[in-house]
Design a protein around this ligand. Structure first.
Ligand SMILES: Nc1ncnc2c1ncn2[C@@H]1O[C@H](COP(=O)(O)OP(=O)(O)OP(=O)(O)O)[C@@H](O)[C@H]1O
Ligand SMILES: [Mg+2]
Length: 155
């Protein structure tokens, strides 16, 4: 007998305007989606994911912006891999991201350094139009209901 058990939807895909408002919305959507999937808004995973999305979205709307084109946020919870995959796609085709080390005297150029420190894996993938900057975060603990001791459990 072949039995297929599908997992509930744990993916969010959203196109957003390439503006500061769109970038703020990307961050808020991330917190909301994770809370829906059982990771509280004020938990470690949500904080980290919101920070990463804020940095990548800020980059998409400043460095990756093409007038008249949106950017796209995609989140995928991959429990079998123990990761949350974050993808931010923009319309600019250049892949040459500049990575500065933390000792730079520059005021800018730290966003991707922070992302690198937080990420389990990350990279940039070309698309037909533009590129995707992706980051995988370790899920760790913290899922409401998954690690918590049942209320009233006998010691
Ligand atoms: N989506 C993107 N498209 C094109 N270039 C990018 C993109 N993201 C980053 N870059 C390039 O990589 C550089 C480093 O990005 P990073 O986020 O570390 O610094 P920043 O955005 O310049 O400043 P900060 O994030 O500290 O405010 C950018 O200055 C830009 O040249
Ligand atoms: Mg930046």
């Amino acid at each position: 007998m072949n039995v297929e058990i599908s997992t509930p939807t744990t993916e969010l895909v959203q196109r957003l305007s390439a503006t500061p408002r769109g970038a703020r919305l990307a961050r808020r959507l991330t917190g909301t989606a994770l809370a829906t999937w059982g990771y509280p808004y004020d938990g470690d995973l949500s904080h980290t994911a919101q920070l990463v999305v804020a940095e990548l979205a800020a980059n998409a709307v400043t460095h990756g912006r093409v007038p008249g084109r949106d950017f796209e946020l995609r989140l995928r919870l991959l429990p079998e891999k123990g990761t949350l995959r974050i993808e931010v796609s923009d319309a600019r085709g250049d892949r040459a991201l500049r990575f500065l080390d933390g000792r730079s005297e520059d005021e800018n150029g730290r966003g991707l350094v922070v992302v690198q420190v937080l990420a389990k894996l990350w990279g940039v993938t070309e698309r037909d139009v533009g590129k995707t900057v992706w980051v995988e975060l370790a899920l760790g603990g913290g899922r409401r209901g998954a690690d918590a001791e049942p209320h009233g459990a006998a010691k």
